[in-house]
Write a protein that binds this ligand. Structure first.
Ligand SMILES: [Zn+2]
Length: 132
């Protein structure tokens, strides 16, 4: 039980801080972390790597009919962002103002509230992206 909880918290830290890892053999960077390098196809030495959070929009869509948890924030923009280190991650795009978020728009990660369980429930946080 304690072990499962420690593992969960370690993962939360990685997610909150955009910590991935890098294969010391070929240099490929992963997020989330991988034990085995997909490129080398075998167990190589993987080193922890903090990602910059800077990247550009690879694909983007606007959500008008949201999942229940995000009903208060619709419509909102979700993008696949290609980080400058290589990994592609999905995240909400915030504070876009009136500017349109398009493929190629430069963004950086910010730490924001994701959703809450009811009025007084748990508040969940996650990284999101903001145009630069
Ligand atoms: Zn590798």
């Amino acid at each position: 039980m304690e072990r499962a909880s420690a593992s969960l918290w370690r993962r939360i830290n990685e997610r909150y801080n955009l910590v991935g890892n890098k294969c010391e053999n070929c240099g490929k960077i992963y997020f989330p972390k991988r034990i085995v390098c997909r490129q080398c196809g075998r167990k190589t030495k993987m080193r922890e790597e903090k990602l910059s959070g800077n990247g550009k929009v690879y694909a983007v869509t606007k959500i008008r009919v949201p999942a229940q948890a995000f009903k208060d924030s619709a419509p909102y923009t979700v993008a696949v962002v290609e980080l400058e280190e290589g990994p592609r991650v999905e995240g909400h795009v915030v504070d876009a103002g009136n500017g349109e978020v398009k493929i190629g728009t430069k963004v950086h990660s910010v730490f924001r509230k994701m959703h809450a369980d009811g009025e007084e429930g748990l508040i969940y946080y996650h990284f999101k992206f903001e145009p630069v």
